[in-house]
Design a protein around this ligand. Sequence first.
Ligand SMILES: [Zn+2]
Length: 288
Amino acid sequence: MAKRFSIIVIPEGGSKVSSFHLRSGFVKFAICCSLVVVGLSAFFAYKYFNFKIDYAELQRLRVSTIEQHQTLLSLTADLKEVHQQMDDLAESEARVRQLADLESLPEDVPVAIGGIQELEVNDDVDEIQRQINKLQVAIELRRQSQEGVRNLLNDQVSLSRATPKGWPTKGWLTSYFGMRKSPFTGRRVMHEGLDIAANTGTPVTATADGIVSRVKYSPDYGKMVIIDHGYGYRTIFAHNSKVLVKAGQRIKRGDVISQVGNTGRSTGSHLHYELRLNGVPIDPRKTL
Ligand SMILES: [Zn+2]
């Protein structure tokens, strides 16, 4: 490489030509400086644009974080609301059990959802998830408990409908349940039902839901109807003039089953009404 460089400046119009002489070391130094300046400029430009992109991303993330926070707050409020509703449900179920006179709750079914703390705004998603899981368990327990209540109530309703109650016909009592002197033999015998005097043809009604188990004629009881009510209850209607039901027929309390009469061993038109519990005659007067 040459040791010196010359730069000659030739102006137009014949003015004097000037020339500059540069040492080769200086030229090399100038070239290096230029390269460094260009490199640094490119580097900072690159950094600047990257920063612009990151900043936009940061702004977007900030907005998203605020939105997520709002969502968490809203979820927290919803969970509190669900807690309250579960507590209300538990309270109302306790009242139903009290009204229905059912046994108290099984021990594994909490009356209220214990063990769930109040949620704080800063609780994280994991904590909310845990609370939701607890609620799911509590809801399942509550559902099972309420199903139990429903079954128990259904049983009670069935038992109530199957328990004989009220008068089987319109009339007046002429003979009570218990030992009495037989109008036929004069000896003291057990009278296993009530005698209700009424005109022949007066309707006789079932005193509870059940199934007609027998319709037959007996020399003593005349035209008789026996109804099975389940739960050990049976009712017997004797001395009818007419029977209006058939064996196997399902009937409801209040259904007309026969008409009062004087058939069998009877001294006048009346209904002989018997109530048996597990085969043993009991006094129907308490049920009228
Ligand atoms: Zn009688």
